[in-house]
Design a protein around this ligand. Sequence first.
Ligand code: PMV
Length: 302
Amino acid sequence: MNSFQVKSPANIALIKYWGMQDEDLILPANLSFSFNLSECYTKSTFEVSDKDSYEFEGQQSEQALQQIQRVRDAVGDLPYVRVVSENSFPASCGLASSASAFSALTYGLFVLATQVGASLEFGDLVELTRLSGSASAVRSLGDFFCTYDPSKPRELGQPGEWDLVDVVCTWNDTEKLVSSREGHGLADGSWLMAERLQGIPSRYESMLASMDDDSIFDLIEEETWSFLLNHITCGQPLNYTDARAWDQIRTLKEEGLRFGYTFDAGATLHLICRSDDAEQIAGKVECDRIFVCKPCEGAQVL
Ligand code: PMV
């Protein structure tokens, strides 16, 4: 294969990874649970070259070059590679663009390493993807719904498939000011953090038991508030959300529509609903761009 293309989705966490137990190992403080977003993805083209390069929509990325070298150090013999990437969605506004970009990159490097004879395990792919700096990228390696539990750092859980859709609502002028990396570093400063960590295993179990009931929407919002309250109590004025998102939530709730709202580390609003309700909800939202995303397969060669 002279050149090949990898596609990997962004994902939306219903249980958020927020805070790290080990910053060198990029090991999350807690279990997280998400589904992949069919319409929000990175496509990366890989080509053997005479030096490493990485271009994302015309920009170079030092973090990506370091990841290429990290994978080379781990697998031994990786050819120099030219990687060119683009997204189907806007970056840096709370849409987990690092998850799709770094899962696509690491997955593609593994494909290349395998082509030149390296023998690698899925656990190696999970660990190296996490070490890119984006632990949420690990969840984009699996299909549909994925769980990453830092107590089993080489594994990825795929607990099932359910009928949920994410109506992703973006605004053009909302680049985030605090990276998720910085945000993870602030999480421990919140006096609510210990309680949050303690409650996550039972919230996750309740979610799995409620995926087919409307109570899932309440649990999604409970987790959203645990996440947002951590931000505003962390000792810094951290608030990723935007008043326009709250206006939309209020209007849709007043209309009695069935959904649960959530956010990543950014202003983008995620309205989680059943597939039968998605078009109606999307039709009522006022924002700059909407992506109606079903759960989908994870990183793959096209
Ligand atoms: O993987 P990172 O460092 O981009 O962190 C992701 C953090 C959240 O998107 C806010 C939550 C999550 O689990 O996806």
